[in-house]
Structure formats: structure tokens, C-alpha cells
Design a protein around this ligand. Structure first.
Ligand code: AHR
Length: 631
């Protein structure tokens, strides 16, 4: 392999090449990235008609001591359901309450992970006909062990109308399968609504689970596409993600049932929070909005105007000044500065739908008219033929076998180089099926080959992101995924904790993190296995210390070892150690090799073996003009 590092021969890679696609799938956000521990905090998941079920809330006590139901008495207009709890017992008799009292508990998302010494904040809305005496506690899954408890006693006059209450709880013990309990030993009726429990310590104080965001940050993402693919569409439009329902005070958000991935979300992780997440990661937000098309129903272009207005309002929310209608809502949520929204995608995977083009053009014209600088992404693939409509970028999605993925390193070799043409956004890619299992080395190798192809074609490919990003192990709707976690929340990434790990595809992506904004060099690979070995080389300058870096990536996708001799031509004499010759001498000083491999290509990481397939870094240990090694 000869790498040509002569000045002027390389080509700049877009700053945005590698980023993230976050979808609310697999409980990635609800019960995942969003650190809310209460599941169904507003009692809305059972529907808007009372009586309704309160799953997964449950009752402490039996029917002789407690009656629990729902009604529509909430103080929140868009989510009227509240829980009504009537204690029939009283510690002062005549019918005494069982020890510990009667009440309700919430098990969170497959158990709450409560950690000793950590502080948790409970916020809830309460109303009563008399005075109240409630215990707010964190307990083990069957309630037998109390991790912490606080009593709230409030006079009747203060709770005759809905009252917001906040309590801080410091856990005295650790238990990864805990529950939140609200109990009383006093006879009477109490209504509860919007009961939230969150750790005080979240990523940048913005409500995100710290360990998961730190994992995302490891990939140095340049963009975050959100809030999903199918999640944006919905099986039916009535269940699609609609941004206006997800902003403003969290208590007022109605929440919705995501009917594609089949679970309820309180929408604590809403449009604002997605924009915030991107900002916190130093990445551009890419908002995918519903274009009036779901999996099963479509709005006709003649009736699409309300959706167009909704998209325009969403852009105004993100970047409008604080005097604008929606910019002022953003400011009221604590972010007067505009977010750096530069890209929007019109729908997801809808190119083949009857109304796509008709609707798309309405969105395109209206957005370009109001916001000429916003880049618009179409769902139609322009990699092999010209689009029949205007766009700044087009989505390209691929889920396929390992062989096919590896061969797709050449997918964009023949794409039109028209400088005014739209660029590709490979917004979802992954090896799936039996080659991938739940995240194999084989899948990661094939994807690495594909990404090398994207680097080389980054004059026409602007962005790429793996999918799906996250999976809560308790709700695997889609396999594989880049990061696997359970419901536990950790202070920082602890790979041996068996609570969080990256699949080989996660670690593979880390190899490419430095490529965004780097320079891709010319490489000449001569091998007997041209169909199973692929390589690329990039250079970049670290802006903090002005050091120059060269990274060569090679994938051997074949089943036999490959002997390689690597040399680098044309490096400037001051960039790394040189002999007196025109060839660069590769030295072990400051140089390293990082290898992702395993004894079997189908090896995977798991909670038991989170580091089975992870990159291993070591010194090159070789000095000379050529670097020889076996891949
Ligand atoms: O990534 C999972 C799903 O795959 C996305 O929701 C959709 O866009 C694609 O079909």
C-alpha cells in the first residue's frame, strides 16, 4: 500500500461526514437517553378517556383499604387524566392501614436503578379534599427494603387546588431494580398527576443520561439526525411525532403512543431536547419532520398546508429570534440563543409514496422562501440517477448482508459529480440479518469497508450515520444496534459494569471519527485479494496543538491473512521524522496501530463480555521506510 501524502494531492472531506442518527426505537430515549425514571408520569398512557388503566403503576394495599381510579380532573389542558386515590384506612382507626401505608408505586422502565449517595428529584402535582400526609419513598422491587423516604404533610387549604411539590431524595442504598412509592396512612382522597423522578446529576444538567451521552461523544459526531425514521412517520398519522406536542413545560406535554415501535412516550425528550442534545455534543441538528405521510395514510398535496406551516414554525422555534412567536417559546424554555439548525429532512423513506413529490415541493418552496439557507433533504435516492426535483441532499438507506455492504464501498463511484447536484446523506446504514446477529465483528468489518468507500467518495457524500444507535436490552425491537444498555444509569462509562457496551459496529465507527473535516489522500493498493481488502488514508491537523496526524485504515474482509507493506510518500519534512531520503521513515515514536479483530468473525460483545471485540491499540514497534505486517 502506497499512501501519497504530497501536498496539494489530497481532497478535503466535509466537516459533517460522520454523525449520529437518533431514533426513538428500542426505548432509546424513553427509558434510555432521557433520564426520567417514571414510566407514564402523567397517567396518560392508558388513553384520554376515564376510567383508564394506569400501567405500569400499581397499587399498594387491597380493595378494603384503597380505591384507585383515573378521572379527567387534571389542571393540564392537553393531558386531562389524573389519578384518584382514596384511602379507606387510617392509622388512627377504626380501620387501620397496613404497616407502610397504602398507595401506588411506579417500577420505572424494567426497574429503576437507584444508587447510594445519589440525589433524586421528585416533582409531582397533588390535590386533596383534606390535609395530606404522604410518604415519598424509593424501595426495592417488592417494597420490602426502603432506600430512602420523606414525609410530606400539607394542610388542606394548600392542596384544595392542584399544587406542585418537589422533594429531593438521597439514596441510602443501591438497588438497580427499585420503585418509586407514594403512600399514605391517612383516610381521604388524593389526586396525583405528572409525577417525575430524575437523578439530579444529568449530562450538562439537561436531563440526559450521562453514561449514554458520554458514549455518543466518543464518536465525535458532527450531526445528530432526529427524532427518528419510522417514528417520525407513524403507522398512522394520528400517532406520528408532531413537534408542537413536545415543547413547553414538560407537565403540559400530552405524550403519545409511538405505534411503529409500540410504546408510549411522555415526550420529555421532545423537539427542544433533541436540539439541545445536538448542541451539547457539538453537532449540527438535522430535523426530520413528518411530511403528511405515515405508513398507512397520506395527506393530499392540496391539503398539506397545515403540515407546511408546522414545519416552518418548527424552524422558527429553532432559529427564530426571541421576538418571534415560536422563538419566544424556545427562549421561555431557557435557550434564547438560536440553535444551529441548518438542515431539515422532508419525511423518511417516503419517496415511493403517492403524495411524496407533491407534498415535498410544497415544503421545499415554502422553506426556501422563508429560510433560503436551510438545506433540504429529499427521501429520493440520487446516487445513480438525477433527482426529478430540487434538493440540497438526498437520503440513502441501506440494510443488507455483509458481502453486499462491503461491495457497496463502490456505490458512489459512478455518482454524478455535478457541482450543483445534491449530495448524498447516508442517513441509515447497517449490516443486518444472520451476518450481523445482534452485532458481529463481520458486520463491523463490512461496514468499515463501506465507510472507506464513503470517505473516498466524500466529494459527493456529505454525511453518514449508522442505525439504530441505541437499544434498551429490555425492548429489542431492532437488531443490531450500536450501543446496548439496560435501564441502569451510571455516573460514567464503566465497561465492566455489564450495564452498557458498544457493539463492534460502535467501535468501528470510532475509527472514522477523525475523518470529518480531514483530508483524504491518494492510496495505491496492490494486492492479490482486490475484492476483499480496502484501504484509505486521511490527514488532519489537531487545532489545539497544531500537530499533524496521518491515519491509514485497512480492512481485510477475506478469510485469509494478507501480508502488507505500507509506505508513505511526500510528507513535508517537518511533519514527522524523516530520513535523508524522499521516503518517510515510519517510526514507532508517536505512532500506533489499532486493531479490531477476534478469533471468530461472528463474535459479539455482550453484558458478560463487553470487551470481547474492542479496538486494541499498541505501538507500531517498527522503524524503517516500509511498514510490514500481516492483516
Ligand atoms: O433504523 C430502523 C428503521 O429502519 C428506521 O426507522 C427506518 O427509517 C428504517 O426503515
Amino acid at each position: 500500500l502506497v499512501v501519497n501524502a504530497s501536498e496539494g494531492l489530497g481532497r478535503p472531506i466535509p466537516n459533517t461526514l460522520f454523525g449520529l442518527f437518533f431514533e426513538e426505537i428500542n426505548h432509546a430515549g424513553t427509558g434510555g437517553l432521557w433520564a426520567e425514571l417514571v414510566n407514564n408520569r402523567g397517567f396518560e398512557a392508558g388513553g384520554q378517556n376515564a376510567p383508564s388503566n394506569i400501567n405500569p403503576w400499581s397499587v399498594i394495599g387491597d380493595e378494603s383499604s384503597l380505591l384507585v381510579s383515573t378521572d379527567r380532573s387534571s389542571c393540564f389542558e392537553r393531558n386531562k387524566i389524573a389519578l384518584r386515590m382514596e384511602a379507606l384506612c387510617d392509622s388512627e382507626g377504626p380501620k387501620e392501614c397496613p404497616s407502610g401505608g397504602v398507595g401506588i408505586y411506579n417500577p420505572g422502565f424494567w426497574g429503576m436503578n437507584i444508587e447510594k449517595g445519589k440525589t433524586y428529584k421528585v416533582v409531582m402535582y397533588v390535590r386533596s379534599l383534606g390535609s395530606i400526609d404522604i410518604s415519598v419513598s424509593l424501595a426495592s422491587s417488592n417494597g420490602s427494603q426502603l432506600l430512602t423516604t420523606t414525609n410530606i404533610i400539607v394542610d388542606a387549604s394548600k392542596v384544595s387546588k392542584w399544587k406542585k411539590m418537589e422533594v429531593l431524595l438521597e439514596a441510602k442504598e443501591t438497588n438497580s431494580n427499585s420503585r418509586l412509592q407514594l403512600t399514605t396512612t391517612r383516610k381521604g382522597v388524593i389526586w396525583f398527576d405528572q409525577v417525575s423522578l430524575m437523578p439530579l446529576d444529568t449530562y450538562k444538567g439537561h436531563g440526559f443520561r450521562k453514561d449514554l451521552v458520554e458514549m455518543l461523544a466518543k464518536l465525535q459526531p458532527r450531526f445528530v439526525r432526529f427524532p427518528g425514521g419510522c417514528f417520525v412517520e407513524g403507522e398512522w398519522l394520528r400517532n406520528a411525532f408532531r413537534w408542537k406536542e413536545t415543547v413547553g413545560p414538560w407537565e403540559e406535554r400530552p405524550g403519545h403512543f409511538g405505534d411503529v415501535w409500540k410504546y408510549w412516550t411522555d415526550d420529555g425528550l421532545g423537539y427542544f431536547e433533541f436540539l439541545q442534545l445536538a448542541e451539547d455534543l457539538g453537532a449540527f441538528p438535522i430535523w426530520v419532520f413528518n411530511n403528511g405521510i405515515s405508513h398507512n395514510d397520506e395527506v393530499d398535496p392540496s391539503k398539506i398546508q397545515p403540515f407546511v406551516q408546522e414545519a416552518l414554525d418548527g424552524i422558527e422555534f429553532a432559529i427564530g429570534d426571541t421576538n418571534s412567536k415560536w422563538g419566544s417559546v424556545r427562549a421561555s424554555m431557557g435557550h434564547p440563543e438560536p440553535f444551529d439548525l441548518r438542515y431539515v429532512a422532508v419525511g423518511n423513506e417516503d419517496c415511493w409514496k403517492k403524495n411524496y413529490r407533491g407534498n415535498y415541493l410544497k415544503f421545499y418552496d415554502a422553506i426556501k422562501n422563508a429560510y433560503p439557507d436551510i438545506k433540504i433533504i429529499s427521501n429520493c435516492d440520487g446516487s445513480s440517477q438525477k433527482l426529478d426535483h430540487p434538493a440540497d441532499m438526498y437520503d440513502f438507506h441501506v440494510y443488507t448482508s455483509a458481502d453486499k455492504m462491503f461491495s457497496m464501498a463502490h456505490q458512489f463511484d459512478g455518482t454524478s459529480r455535478d457541482p450543483d447536484g445534491p449530495k448524498a446523506f447516508v442517513s441509515e446504514y447497517a449490516v443486518t440479518g444472520k451476518d450481523a446477529g445482534s452485532g458481529s465483528l463481520l458486520a463491523a468489518l463490512a461496514e468499515a469497508g463501506f465507510l472507506i468507500g464513503l470517505e473516498r467518495n466524500s466529494d459527493v457524500v456529505e454525511m453518514a450515520s449508522y442505525a439504530p444507535l441505541l437499544v434498551n436490552t429490555n425492548d429489542r425491537r431492532w437488531m443490531p444496534d450500536a450501543i446496548v444498555f439496560d435501564s441502569s444509569q451510571l455516573d460514567a462509562i464503566v465497561f465492566d459494569s455489564s450495564q452498557l457496551y458498544g457493539t463492534p459496529s460502535f467501535w468501528m465507527q470510532q475509527f472514522f471519527a477523525a475523518s470529518s473535516g480531514a483530508t483524504v489522500l491518494d492510496t495505491n493498493l496492490k494486492t492479490n485479494s482486490p475484492n476483499s481488502v480496502i484501504a484509505s488514508a486521511v490527514t488532519w491537523q489537531n487545532s489545539e496543538d497544531n500537530t499533524n496526524h496521518l491515519r491509514i485504515k485497512i480492512v481485510n474482509f477475506g478469510s485469509s491473512p494478507v501480508k502488507l507493506k505500507i509506505s508513505v510518500d511526500g510528507l513535508a519534512s517537518n511533519s514527522i521524522n524523516l530520513s535523508g531520503s524522499s521516503k518517510t521513515v515510519l517510526t514507532s515514536t508517536g505512532s500506533s496501530k489499532t486493531v479490531l479483530t477476534s478469533s471468530n468473525v461472528m463474535d459479539e460483545n455482550s453484558f458478560n463480555e463487553p470487551k470481547k471485540v474492542v479496538p486494541i491499540q499498541s505501538g507500531l514497534g517498527i522503524t524503517g521506510e516500509n511498514l510490514d505486517f500481516v492483516l
